[in-house]
Design a binder for this molecule. Structure first.
Ligand code: FAD
Length: 470
């Protein structure tokens, strides 16, 4: 029967969990999450295929000077560029804190290598390449292979349809000619979530405003902003970096930040061409941008550093998991849809986290659940837990789109998963180092990557790393 008629029917009963079992698992994406997933799944004895549409592993960390045909990233027909990196990007976490727990992100010798504690993006890519080589992951990665469809089929198995990636293919192209269908027991989704731009709510007057607009996803270098008056919307990490990068060549940079403390409005200390404002109120045909605080500037360009949307264009999960106002749900602990656990899982959805160690814990849990070594609660219990979590967000007035924001509890989350896996929780030094780095970033936003006071913690981390390096 045609694939769609199979897929629209309710899923048949899932295989019974009995003894430790090896599964055939498809991992979608060979960024950091997919690489770590592949390692953990193989350690557990599963058969793994990692699908990666790019020419190399590394995901976001594969920098490209290319921009999308629509700089705002809203045209559904645009050709999608995966990476959101800008050329000058250095990590915003110290490397010791950022690395995978048992594969430390140590300084490496070599003329290509970047020994800095907060290295440039190329060093992170090399670290991920080292990781993949060390654990022999290359042999299970299918490069230049895009998953165009993954859906539940007969007997609760997943049908994964892939095709060779075509660099020039538009997002809406639907040519099934060279597709291959395969069947897997389980699907682990690691497709990244810094690809589909979110744009600030409709700005009154924007359709008649004559300037240019770009989303930070398509920002690479400051040169195009030479002598321009730039308004940049956002207050998160990339807004901070990109505004400073642009200010090196622009005439003026005005940052519109809706979460800004009123006292901070005005000229940015230490800069002669940067100003902080409240959010944009409206814009005009004559080029003016008016802020809520009453200030106005005639601007040439608006840069939207307003974040991203989760997007799983290939996934057909019988409606058991959806994206609603940027909540991917229902998901038990941000990983498993209760109705399809453990056969469908998502790695890396939480944000405001230290990602690589979290990927490691999430994927150990997934691998163990798939082999029956780490039993999950019943579907009803997972559903209840998830509903209670969503109710607590609602009760505290947290919008749905902040569901995966872990600012206040990432360590509790990590430690909870570590407990499920029966392994030690997050290292004390890592927690402390993260606190230090966050505080340092607030105190020295211009120089936190080169000046710090936590050398004791660096030594402690290195003592810990010796366990893995010797
Ligand atoms: P990605 O790296 O995005 O990988 C997803 C992969 O899936 C890609 O290779 C993509 O090609 C592939 N893919 C997607 N769809 C398909 C498909 N249909 N078929 C086949 N393949 C597919 N983290 C830090 O730890 N430190 C930092 O300093 C830091 N800075 C950051 C700065 C920026 C600007 C951004 C955007 C992110 C930053 N991060 C940082 C977070 C970063 O996202 C994570 O470190 C990590 O790279 C995420 O890995 P991932 O595997 O989840 O996603």
């Amino acid at each position: 029967p045609p694939i769609n008629s199979i897929l629209r029917q309710p899923p048949p009963p899932l295989p019974l969990m009995s003894s430790l079992t090896t599964r055939h698992v498809a991992v979608i994406g060979a960024g950091a999450a997919g690489l770590v997933a592949a390692r953990e799944l193989r350690r557990e004895g599963h058969h793994v295929v990692v699908f990666e549409r790019a020419e190399q592993v590394g995901g976001t960390w594969v920098y490209t000077p290319e921009r999308e045909s629509d700089p705002l990233g809203v045209d559904p027909k645009r050709r999608v560029v995966h990476s959101s990196l800008y050329d000058s990007l250095r990590t915003n976490l110290p490397r010791e804190c950022m690395g995978v727990r048992d594969y430390p992100f140590e300084r490496r010798e070599g003329k290509e290598r970047d020994p800095r504690r907060f290295p440039g993006h190329r060093e992170v890519l090399m670290y991920l390449q080292d990781f993949a080589a060390h654990f022999g992951i290359g042999e299970v990665v299918r490069l230049q292979t895009e998953v165009v469809f993954a859906g539940l089929g007969e007997e609760g198995k997943w049908r994964v349809r892939s095709r060779p990636s075509n660099h020039n293919r538009m997002r809406s192209d639907d040519d099934d000619g060279d597709c291959v269908d395969e069947i897997y027991d389980a699907l682990v989704v690691c497709n990244g979530h810094y690809v589909q731009p979110r744009i600030a709510d409709n700005i009154p007057g924007i359709t008649a405003w004559p300037g240019k607009q770009i989303h930070s996803h398509n920002y690479r270098t400051p040169e195009p902003f030479q002598d321009q008056v730039v308004v940049l919307i956002g207050g998160a990490a990339s807004a901070v970096d990109i505004s400073r990068d642009i200010a090196t060549v622009a005439k003026e940079v005005h940052i519109a930040d809706r979460s800004l403390n009123e006292n901070a409005i005005g000229k940015l200390p230490g800069h002669d061409n940067m100003w902080l404002h409240s959010m944009i109120d409206n814009v005009h045909e004559d080029g003016r941008v008016v802020f809520h605080d009453g200030d106005a500037v005639g601007a040439d360009i608006i840069v939207h550093c307003t974040g991203y949307k989760y997007d799983f264009p290939f996934l057909e999960a019988n409606g058991e998991v959806n994206v609603d106002d940027n909540r991917v749900g229902p998901l038990y602990k941000h990983v498993f849809p209760p109705a399809l656990a453990p056969w469908l899982s998502f790695v890396g959805l939480p944000w405001k986290v230290v990602p690589f160690p979290m990927f490691e814990l999430q994927t150990k849990w997934i691998a163990g659940a798939l082999s029956n070594r780490l039993p999950l609660p019943s579907k009803e219990e997972m559903t209840q837990d998830t509903e209670a979590f969503y109710s607590s967000l609602e009760a505290s007035g947290t919008p749905k789109r902040y569901t995966h924001n872990m600012a206040n509890y990432q360590w509790d989350y990590d430690n909870w998963i570590a407990d499920q896996c029966g392994i030690p929780g997050v290292e004390e030094w890592r927690v402390e180092m993260y606190k230090f780095a966050s505080k340092n970033k607030r105190l020295r936003p211009e120089s936190y990557r080169d000046e710090w006071d936590d050398n004791e913690l660096v030594l402690e981390a290195q003592r810990d790393f010796n366990k893995y390096l010797n």
